[in-house]
Design a protein around this ligand. Structure first.
Ligand code: C2E
Ligand code: MG
Ligand code: MG
Length: 762
């Protein structure tokens, strides 16, 4: 389609060229006339074809077709008489030029975003300026020389101003583009031919040229029509109508043209004397109107400019989504308050409000709902604080309230409670009601130490994290110890980055016992971090940090290879049976890594361990947060032959559907239930239910954290087949495993374990 259009366009140009030359050389004026009419009317079918090809929309097409029809009608009506002789001819010509201007405006409207009011204002100035020139240099001389004072001459005087608008609009269209495709130049050529024809006629009408100049003038129009038709059929014309990505600011070009259209009339008016009182009157009124239009244009431009400036300033100071002040404004206000409240009993307080699990809302309900939440929360916070308080949005789901009304810590906490209460009612979103909670950190300006605005925001932020750690949906007041905690965490984070390289990480292993045979059937690898100063950091402390910072990915890969190599060694050395398994804990971050199955596969290959001997222990969080991703990864792991255990079963939201939906082969009953299984009837019935459910689903079951013989016995009675815990063995370093396994196997079958179970300490 595109190529057909381009070809047609060139055909039109070719035909246009031939007919123009024919018109130029034709000895008979009648031939020129016929060629002119053909050229003017062929615009209609070619533009209809353009619409059929989907190149142009209806509005410009109708207007441009109007140009051809009106000019053809004018030619038929007036023949070669001077145009100003007949009012009908002048009206037809004016209407044609009006259609041309309308068509250009339709094109500009579609392609230039924003208001076209300024462009139209400039167009009015240009046309008024041209009107004055046209009056003084064209209409007046004609009236003077022909002694006619008809309406058609005045109307004729409007012709130049209307055409100047067409020229001006074409200029705007050309200048507003960063790129000017061929078709833009074709438009310019068509207009140039048209203007050349107009100029020749104007000179003939003003009797500066003889009527023989029509011989050249008519072919100019013939060429203009064919080029215009070629434009309509050129595929590039579609681009002109399309909105421009970041249109070029052409203010300078427009300014020059508009200024020239102001200056030239002034020079013309000053340089030519009025012929009579009518001339004087027309000159005066025209100059007055021009002055009024220019004044209006300047005033509106200045207004638009200051509005744009105000919007820029507001944009730099506010958050576009909620309309709240941003961080810059907040810091300024804190600094003001720090200065003003010095020495007074006012204690400006900062409340750092962070929504709990906001990511879940975005992930599950979509970003539009997330935005609705942010806007609604902003509105509620503003309503909940005194009028003088500042509510700012720092980023994402973080808001800060700065309130100078509190005079004591107690009052500050009471204000914080009120902010927390803002979240008690559900938020009414377009998708339905949702409950959102927040964690709030409170920091009071302390005049005894030199605190900057940034420090204060950081303190409130630190306190907010304490509130999150304390289980979310609560408050925490900042104190110095929090700063130490943050500093400590930062130190741990930094040290953890280097722990792997410095070989500070080790794996301890805890045996898993089969309760029927009493054999050690597997081990769980548990990470230990021995820092350079000898202190041992618990995985419960450093694994979450490694998760947060992403270090868990390399550390986890190392643990996998290390654990499997250890199993290989133990099997080869006869420490355990060749069918003993290794359980490795996998964190959610590792499971969301698309590379993870490849890492597992490589570790199995490098350690020469068969996939059936590896158990990966995962927690349900990843299956809830990113179910699709988790399912895909677990399926890929399953296809490797690796088995997957659901760790800490029963502590989270563990649901039956999870066990059905995901390819899991084992559940590990959490220590929390095992702890009470012997004495607490509730825990016991829960474990009974878990075991029954696991059995019916054909899952392997391991009880975690068995500490007493009684617990072990009850678990065995309830049908649980495997167990691990301090009763059997603490996690031990690799070189202690031979003796640990030997001691366990010496104890024999499960009944023999009673009362004699060994405990080994780490
Ligand atoms: P987990 O996977 O549930 O591991 C069992 C935890 O219970 C271990 O704590 C173990 O030492 C402890 N434990 C075992 N028997 C008993 C008992 O009878 N009584 C009590 N009170 N505790 C017992 P540990 O080694 O401190 O590990 C804590 C958690 O850290 C693990 O829980 C696991 O989620 C995570 N973790 C440990 N190593 C790794 C690792 O290599 N990668 C990942 N991603 N997480 C790990
Ligand atoms: Mg585990
Ligand atoms: Mg566990």
């Amino acid at each position: 389609m595109k190529r057909e259009g381009a070809l047609l366009s060139w055909v039109y140009l070719g035909v246009g060229l031939v007919l123009t030359v024919a018109s130029l050389v034709a000895p008979d004026p009648a031939v020129r006339d016929v060629l002119y009419l053909v050229a003017a009317l062929q615009v209609i079918p070619s533009l209809l074809l353009s619409h059929h090809l989907g190149l142009m929309s209806w509005r410009p097409i109708i207007l441009f077709c109007g140009v051809g029809v009106l000019y053809a009608a004018e030619r038929a009506a007036s023949g070669s008489e001077p145009t100003y002789e007949s009012p009908l001819s002048v009206l037809l010509v004016l209407a044609a030029v009006g259609c041309m201007a309308g068509g250009l405006i339709a094109l500009i409207r579609n392609s230039l975003p924003g208001s076209t009011r300024g462009i139209l204002g400039d167009a009015v100035i240009v046309s008024l300026g041209t009107w004055i020139i046209s009056w003084a240099t064209l209409v007046q001389p004609i009236t003077h020389s022909t002694n006619q004072k008809s309406v058609s001459i005045v109307l004729y005087g409007l012709y130049e101003p209307t055409s100047s608008v067409v020229l001006f609009l074409a200029m705007v269209l050309l200048l507003s583009r960063r790129q000017r495709p061929t078709v833009m130049w074709m438009i310019a050529v068509a207009l140039a031919f048209n203007m050349a024809g107009d100029l020749l006629y104007a000179l003939m009408d003003a009797q500066h040229l003889g009527t023989s100049a029509e011989r050249v003038a008519l072919p100019m129009y013939t060429a203009a029509y064919f080029v215009a038709a070629a434009v309509g059929l050129h595929p590039g014309v579609r681009e002109i109508g399309r909105p421009q990505p970041g249109p070029k600011q052409d203010s300078l070009g427009r300014l020059i043209v508009t200024t020239v259209s102001l200056l030239v009339p002034v020079i013309v008016l000053a340089g030519t004397a009025p012929n009579d009182s009518t001339d004087k009157f027309v000159r005066f009124i025209s100059a007055l109107v021009l002055a009024a239009v220019v004044t209006i244009r300047v005033v509106t431009a200045v207004r638009a400019n200051s509005k744009a400036q105000a919007e820029l300033i507001r944009g730099a100071q506010t958050d576009p989504l909620t309309g709240l002040p941003n961080r810059t404004v907040l810091l300024e206000r804190i600094n003001d308050l720090l200065r003003d409240s010095w020495g007074s009993d006012i204690h400006p307080t900062l409340f750092f409000v962070d929504l709990d699990r906001f990511k879940n809302i975005n992930d599950s309900l979509g970003h539009a709902a997330g935005d609705e939440v942010l806007v609604t929360v902003a509105r509620r916070l503003v309503n909940a604080v005194p009028r003088e308080a500042v509510v700012a949005r720092l980023s994402g789901d973080e808001y800060v309230v700065l309130d100078a009304s509190a005079r004591s810590q107690g009052a500050a906490m009471a204000s914080a409670e009120r902010l927390l209460a803002v979240f008690r009612e559900p938020l009414a979103l377009s998708q339905g009601d949702v409950f959102v909670t927040a964690s709030i950190g409170v920091a009071v300006i302390n005049h005894t130490s030199a605190t900057t605005a940034e420090d204060l925001v950081r303190h409130a932020d630190t306190a907010m994290y304490r509130a999150k750690d304390a289980g979310r949906n609560c408050l925490a007041m900042y104190d110095e110890s929090m700063h130490e905690r943050v500093a400590h965490r930062l130190a741990v984070e930094t040290a953890l980055y280097r722990a792997l390289d410095r070989r500070e990480l080790r794996l301890f292993h805890q045996p898993i016992l089969d309760l029927q045979s009493g054999d050690v059937v597997g081990f769980e690898a548990l990470m230990r971090w021995q820092r350079a100063d000898g202190t041992i950091v618990s995985p419960a402390e450093f694994i979450p940090i490694a998760e947060d910072t992403g270090t868990i990915v390399p550390i986890g890969s190392w643990a996998l290879l290390e654990a499997l190599s250890q199993l290989r060694k133990w099997i080869d050395d006869g420490v355990c049976s060749p069918s003993a398994t290794m359980s490795v804990n996998v964190s959610p971050r590792q499971l969301s890594d698309p590379n993870f199955p490849a890492i597992v596969s490589e570790a199995l290959t490098r350690s020469c361990v068969s996939p059936q001997l590896l158990w990966l222990e995962v927690t349900e969080s990843v299956m809830i947060a990113e179910p699709e991703l988790a399912l895909a990864t677990l399926r890929r792991l399953r296809s490797l032959g690796v088995r997957v255990a659901l760790d800490d079963f029963g502590t989270g939201y563990s649901s039956l559907s999870l066990l059905q939906k995901f390819p899991l082969q084992r559940i590990k009953i959490d220590r929390a239930f095992v702890h009470g299984v012997a004495d607490n009837p509730n825990d016991r019935s829960l474990v009974r239910t878990i075991v029954a459910m696991g059995r019916s689903l054909g899952l392997d079951m391991v009880a975690e954290g068995v500490e007493t013989v009684h617990q072990l016995q009850v678990l065995s009675d309830l049908g649980c087949t495997k167990a691990q815990g301090f009763l059997i063995s603490h996690p031990v370093p690799p070189d202690a495993m031979r003796s640990t396994v030997a001691a366990l196997e010496r104890l024999g079958q499960f009944p023999g374990l009673r009362g004699q179970a060994t405990t080994r300490s780490t």
